[in-house]
Design a protein around this ligand. Structure first.
Ligand code: GLP
Length: 296
């Protein structure tokens, strides 16, 4: 596992988007595992920007989302299907038939979960799995005690998750009580994992996920078993790490992070977001800053 600490949430999201873009350029047929939640919104906004301004091409990629609420159809504004259309799918050139989500309205939920696992396998497995983290440390909806080898299935949501996500539904009573989610084992099977966490309220759980003992009580700790996992945080979410000096050293010195160290056209010198350029208008970078800069 590697941990990268960026100065703020914009810079963290920017790095995540650049890693995804690099993967997609290297392999346009990539199978991307996608996540939802507020944290991901700025990642998707950047991917949309890269599509429009830098020609990032989604036409051959395949996508699988982590999870979906039971009882919600993709046209329900609270569903993750709707979220994905709003934030990414309808704004880039991904083929709708290549985007996969669990069907929250499926009559046979178990069969739906089995179908999803089969489809992932038929596509050759997930190349890059994007992940957020819930306040109690879940990945997708892998709530406490999710088996570390679990596959896609239905999970009952915990009171903490209901409390965390209820504001988006206009109150806890309006929230579904169950969801379908890729299992921890499904996530661990992906070839690369990329977890993004920002904000102070994630600091304690991210520190446990990265540096604490592996436990099914916190499904994100299972990422310690993954051979290629990168955790990207902002200063606030990274404020409780014991080994942050080491993590900073890695990003500043390891050659593979070189292309990502330079300032981005979307970020100012201090790493905070500059005004987003309007559609189709190319942002002119500050003189000299782009010289020799790779497009990642
Ligand atoms: C939900 C999703 C998770 C996501 C989490 C964090 O519970 N099922 O996949 O990681 O929210 O969301 P946020 O980014 O809003 O904190």
């Amino acid at each position: 596992m590697e941990v990268i600490i960026r100065p703020n949430a914009d810079a963290a999201a920017e790095l995540v988007a650049r890693v995804i873009a690099r993967e997609l350029r290297a392999n346009p047929r990539s199978v991307l595992g996608l996540a939802t939640g507020c944290t991901m919104e700025s990642v998707y906004a950047r991917l949309v920007w890269m599509h429009r301004e830098e020609g990032l091409d989604f036409s051959a990629c395949r996508t699988f989302n982590l999870d979906e609420y039971v009882g919600l159809s993709g046209s329900d504004p609270h569903s993750y299907g709707y979220y994905m259309n709003q934030h990414l799918f309808r704004k880039v050139n991904v083929e709708p038939r290549n985007t996969h989500l669990l069907d929250g309205m499926a009559a046979d939920l178990e069969a739906e979960c089995a179908r999803y696992e089969r489809l992932i396998a038929e596509c050759g497995g997930i190349d890059l799995q994007l992940l957020g983290i819930g306040r109690a440390g879940h990945l997708g909806f892998n709530e406490p005690l999710s088996a570390l080898r679990s596959r896609t299935r239905v999970k009952a949501l915990t009171p903490t998750t209901i409390e965390q996500n209820a504001p988006l539904f206009g109150g806890p009573e309006k929230m579904p009580r169950r969801a379908m989610t890729m299992g921890v084992g499904t996530i661990l099977d992906s070839r690369r994992c990329l977890l993004l966490a920002t904000g102070e309220d994630k600091a304690a759980i991210v520190a446990k996920a990265v540096e604490g003992p592996i436990t099914s009580m916190i499904s994100a700790t299972a990422l310690q078993l993954h051979p290629r996992c990168t955790v990207i945080v902002d200063e606030a979410a990274g404020s409780q790490f014991a080994e942050s000096a080491y993590y900073r050293w890695i990003f500043e010195n390891e050659p593979k992070w070189g292309p990502f160290r330079e300032a981005s056209p979307l970020l100012g010198e201090n790493g905070s977001q500059v005004e987003r350029p309007r559609e189709k208008k190319r942002l002119e970078p500050a003189a000299g800053r782009m010289a020799g800069r790779s497009r990642q």
